[in-house]
Design a protein around this ligand. Structure first.
Ligand code: NOJ
Length: 569
């Protein structure tokens, strides 16, 4: 089944704004919607097509807005429905689309649905959430009496005991993010009604938060024990659970199927496999346009994300190669390095020292030349880096703070935990956008809610926009290439040199046109030993990050973090 305007997003590039950290227009230290309006021309100059706005709904901000207490209002720290409408109009005036974050696996504990649900066991909304008594034979509130042994994503048990009614509720994330019960058709209808309301208001689609967690096995079995700690991984009972495709297809029928406008739907899906992703994104099944998978951003995790390992380039190639192949004929990839949950890619997989500019450009080239829809996270286009957090007091994120408390209590040294947080904390993505070299990087005239990275004096949008050799202009050229060369969008993909530990190389082909992408993921000088290297070396260089002379060239010798895109027809 297809709908009008279908597949426009295949040639689009999406830019994610995390409003809290983007631009503050009123000096309270927190970014807001008017701030986004003020900076829209930055996105226009970059050339992106779609703006994805992280949650701006009314929220107690336990998880920075991923805990929603009113789906149909804007939180006053960000603005109002009136400023939202102005942003939407300003976005559309510039030829951009705007997609909202949709967080419907859970609500805030302050959402009126939950307030009512928790008030008595007889509440008509009781069954809108997952309430269960204590484990059989145990007393509610006792250690180990939780209904299942599942661990919550932000530490501790996934069940919270509630004194009022003497039962537990399920929260896969924080205790203030109770999970909605999608088994209940009233819940689903309430959500679809709300989604239609936003589409009627003019938004162009949704990024759906952990949407593959909405179907749980209603038997709620215990999970597999984890390497450490008292709780277990319940994922096999809620990641792509038994009714997930039924729910997503129903959502499509109820919300999207009859719309005449061109919308975009992308499902965030931790733990999704290639085979599942094909099912979710097969247009004939009418579920979603694309999904965010997590495989490549887990390659530097050991026993969890706080056990940091260095990346083996061969693993990265194997992972991307598998996803490219798996979605080659049916379905579609989304491509990302960064978002508000990931550390900055130039620090993580690149080099944020002397080779920062070359590394940021090369990582961008690799991602944007794969087949799929690329996502750029605010500041990525400047080569923004991880932050120099000194102590635990510098962190703001609930996940980082809970992890610190839990790991230190379990005996890991504070120094060791801080080292892991510095590498992996989500706060690395959340330091304010670096607009200029002034105090607080031009983000706010007040005190920022989280410290600005001191390197903003060097790394900032103002200087990047005026320097044709900047990371910003490299992203701009990559986006333009996608818009002008159909091989980037539609070409097939062949990974080369899968066993090379330093070179990442691949081919794209559409009819008689071929692109070769070669990249040096190291600080050594390396020779890219690709087939027909001498012929390629004399073909058209579409894009690179170093000056290249073609005189007498036979090999492709790459300098530290050098990358090139060659084209032949
Ligand atoms: C995924 C979001 O990207 C993350 O920021 C959030 O904490 C969880 N889902 C819970 O909503």
């Amino acid at each position: 089944m297809s709908r009008p305007g279908d597949l426009w997003w295949k040639s689009a590039v999406v830019y994610q704004v995390y409003p809290r950290s983007f631009a503050d227009s009123d000096g309270d230290g927190i970014g807001d919607l008017v701030g986004v309006i003020d900076q829209l021309d930055h996105l226009v100059e970059l050339g992106v097509d779609v703006l994805w706005l992280s949650p701006v709904y009314r929220s107690p901000m336990d998880d920075n807005g991923y805990d929603i207490s009113d789906y149909q209002d804007i939180d006053p720290i960000f603005g109002s429905l009136e400023s939202f409408d102005r942003l939407l109009a300003a976005t559309h005036d510039r030829g951009l689309k705007l997609i909202m974050d949709l967080v419907v696996n859970h609500t805030s504990d302050e959402h009126p649905w939950f307030v009512e649900s928790r008030s008595t066991r007889e509440s008509p909304k009781r069954d809108w959430y997952w309430w269960r008594p204590a484990r059989e034979g145990m007393s509610a509130g006792d250690p180990g009496a939780e209904p299942t042994n599942w661990r919550a994503a932000f530490a501790g048990s996934a069940w919270q005991f509630d004194e009022t009614t003497g039962e537990y509720y399920l929260h896969i994330f924080s205790t203030r993010q109770p999970d909605l019960n999608w088994e209940n058709p009233e819940v689903r209808q309430a959500i679809y009604t709300m989604m239609r309301w936003w589409l009627d208001r003019g938004v162009d689609g949704f990024r759906m938060d952990v949407i593959n967690f909405i179907s749980k096995d209603p038997a709620l079995p215990d999970g597999r024990a984890l390497a450490s700690g008292p709780y277990a991984d319940g994922g096999s009972h809620y990641v792509c659970g038994p009714r997930i495709h039924e729910f997503i297809a129903e959502m499509h029928r109820e919300v999207f199927a009859d719309r005449t406008e061109a919308v975009l739907t992308v499902g965030e899906m931790p733990g999704v496999t290639v085979d599942e992703a094909v099912l979710f994104t097969d247009p004939a099944r009418a579920e979603l346009d694309m999904v965010f998978q997590f495989e490549h951003v887990g390659l530097d995790h050991g026993d969890g994300k706080w056990d940091v390992r260095s990346l083996d380039l061969r693993d990265l190639k194997a992972s991307f190669g598998r996803w490219q192949a798996g979605l080659a004929d049916v379905g579609w990839n989304s491509l990302y390095w960064n978002n508000h949950d990931q550390p900055r890619v130039v620090s993580r997989f690149g080099d944020d020292g002397a080779d920062r500019v070359a590394a940021a450009k090369t990582l961008a080239t690799l991602l944007h030349l794969h087949r799929g829809t690329p996502y750029v996270y605010q500041g990525e286009e400047l080569g923004m880096t991880n932050a120099p957090f000194a102590t635990i007091d510098d962190f703001r994120d609930i996940e980082s703070i809970h992890a610190y408390d839990e790991l230190v209590a379990a005996g890991r040294s504070p120094h060791d935990v801080l080292t892991a947080l510095r590498a992996m904390s989500r706060d690395n993505a959340r330091t304010p956008m670096q607009w200029d070299a002034s105090k607080h990087a031009g983000f706010t005239t007040g005190e920022p809610w989280i410290a600005v990275n001191p390197n903003h004096v060097e790394i900032n949008a103002e200087s990047a926009r005026s320097d044709q050799g900047s990371v910003f202009h490299h992203y701009r050229r990559l986006i333009e290439l996608r818009h002008t060369d159909p091989v980037v969008v539609h070409g097939d993909f062949t990974m080369l040199l899968p066993d090379d530990e330093q070179v990442y190389a691949f081919l794209r082909r559409l009819g008689d046109v071929e692109l070769l992408v070669v990249a040096n993921i190291s600080t050594d000088e390396v020779t890219a030993d690709v087939p027909e290297a001498d012929a390629w070396a004399r073909s058209v260089l579409v894009l690179g990050n170093y000056p290249v002379s073609k005189l007498l060239v036979r090999d492709i010798v790459l300098r530290p973090w050098e990358s090139r895109v060659y084209r032949r027809a």
